[in-house]
Design a protein around this ligand. Structure first.
Ligand code: NI
Length: 183
């Protein structure tokens, strides 16, 4: 009946974006800093959450949806607890402490899981969707998510944090999946 409202709802609708896989070049390019905190950024963030939840991920960086910008979203609750939704714009790690060595995966490397050495605790600073700077500490899984996602914004992928031996095995597995047409 009311087409203008319907169009409005359509425009605001969240979209599931395509997640690009390795070796898509955008994944290895450093993202551009965000300078405009506008509706376009809000839409990107909302779409990134939608895309991440659809793939059961706990973190997603803009280069993974082929947007070369320093934007990442994290939600360790997989969408179950709105209080755990984190939006990090132009984030940087300002403090690293200790070591952890745990399994990690990445939505741009489906089916690949390997142990990666990371700092046990980190402090980060980032801007929110409105451009306001804030600082936050993370331990264990959150610390790992911060480091993994901020790496993405620098064009750094988790396979390059593995030993050369493990990386070769992973790359061989990817080539096999590519040949089978399942990558
Ligand atoms: Ni990743």
């Amino acid at each position: 009946m009311d087409t203008s409202n319907r169009y409005g709802a359509f425009k605001k609708n969240k979209m599931i974006l395509k997640i690009v896989k390795y070796p898509e070049p955008v994944l290895q390019q450093p993202g551009e800093p965000v300078t405009e905190f506008n509706g376009e950024l809000k839409k990107l963030v909302a779409d990134m959450f939608e895309t991440m939840y659809a793939s059961q991920g706990i973190g997603l960086a803009a280069p993974q949806v082929a947007v070369s910008k320093r934007v990442t979203v994290i939600d360790l609750s997989l969408g179950k607890d709105p209080a755990q939704k984190l939006v990090l714009i132009n984030p940087e790690v300002i403090l690293r402490e200790g070591k952890q060595y745990e399994e990690e995966g990445c939505l741009s490397f489906p089916e690949i899981r390997e142990k990666i050495s990371r700092a046990a605790k980190v402090s980060i600073r980032a801007q929110n969707e409105k451009g306001k700077w804030f600082e936050m500490d993370g331990e264990e899984l959150l610390s790992r998510a911060f480091q993994h996602e901020i790496d993405h914004l620098d064009g750094m992928l988790f396979i390059f944090r593995m030993s050369a031996l493990k990386r070769d095995l992973v790359l061989r597995k990817i080539r096999k999946l590519q040949r089978e047409g399942t990558w």
